[in-house]
Design a binder for this molecule. Structure first.
Ligand code: R5P
Length: 294
């Protein structure tokens, strides 16, 4: 890794641990940010010390999405006062699913957010496994997506799985599942999922999948939010008499009782990355982010 440039990494409150790990990999100065939330919900941020060199802001925008987003933008704007080069690392980028007008009248909020990052002063944006590449196209600055699949695959290779098969819960995830399966050295299938665009309800429309019988399955997705997609897929696969089901995702939002419902549906283990802190975040993405920065 070339270390010709000097870096300062500033960790937003949503991504402190990951930011420290990235700073270590870059042999960079690390600056902490202090956060106070005012009674009305406003974020008040203070950074300790002066950044120098290229500045890297690290802040995922998981819930509370808008607060974490405004904190990321404020940090970028502050960094711009010290450096002409500000890299915004947003490992989990909220709003990436709102990348086009699905139903008439819907706003494409991803596009607004992409513009604000540029206006705030970011010269480059780095995200991990963005929901769709289309979301990246809204950025008018360099925007790079890094894939956590190789890191997730490394983790799964250490597990002693029986005749593993990779499963995508929907056809939209075929490329992801294919990449995972190819790197793992196994086959993959995709289920036919339908989500009602008005109420968000999920349905699996696949017919019998005899090839899953007696096998360990890895359900691969970019993110688990409410768990609806994984729950429906797991319930379907259990009926097909598979052996164990593992859920692998980059971003585990696990809203509400998602984890409990996923386990109840028959998933033995959820493995995610540390783009979102939590107990399922066993796979560290700091090495791939550090590589994308330099
Ligand atoms: C959908 O296309 C995504 O890849 C995920 O499957 C989805 O966003 C997960 O959301 P939930 O956990 O609420 O079903």
């Amino acid at each position: 890794m070339s270390l010709l440039a000097s870096y300062t990494v500033i960790g937003g409150k949503a991504s402190e641990d990951l930011a420290k790990k990235i700073a270590k990999k870059l042999k960079a100065k690390y600056l902490k940010s202090e956060l106070r939330i005012f009674p009305d919900g406003e974020s008040k941020i203070t950074i300790s010390g002066k950044p120098n060199g290229k500045i890297v802001i690290v802040q995922s925008t998981y819930p509370p999405v808008d607060s974490n987003l405004i904190q990321a933008l404020s940090l970028v704007s502050k960094a711009k006062k010290y450096s002409s080069q500000v890299v915004a690392v947003i490992p989990y980028l909220g709003y990436a699913r709102q990348d086009k007008e699905f139903l008439p009248g819907e706003l494409v909020t991803m596009s607004i957010i992409a513009n604000i990052f540029k206006t705030a002063g970011a010269t480059k944006v780095i995200v991990v496994d963005i929901h769709s590449k289309m979301a990246l196209n809204h950025f008018k600055i360099t925007a790079r997506n890094v894939s956590a699949i190789p890191e997730l695959v490394k983790y799964f290779k250490k597990l002693n799985l029986k005749d593993p098969l990779v499963v995508s819960p929907d056809c939209g995830g075929i490329t992801r599942a294919r990449d995972f399966a190819n790197q793992f050295g196994v086959k993959f299938i995709a289920l036919d999922k339908h989500r009602d665009k008005k109420n968000g309800m999920v349905q699996i429309r696949s017919k019998n999948q005899k090839q899953v019988k007696g096998r360990d399955l890895i359900l691969v997705d970019d993110m688990i939010s409410t768990g609806g997609s994984i729950v429906k897929a797991a319930e379907f696969l259990k009926k097909q008499k598979c052996r164990n089901i593992y859920a692998a995702c980059t971003h585990a939002l696990l809203i509400g009782d998602a984890e409990k419902r996923i386990r109840k549906a028959g998933v033995s283990k959820i493995i995610s990355t540390n783009t979102i802190p939590g107990k399922t975040g066993l796979v560290d993405v700091s090495p791939i982010i550090a590589k994308a920065i330099v």
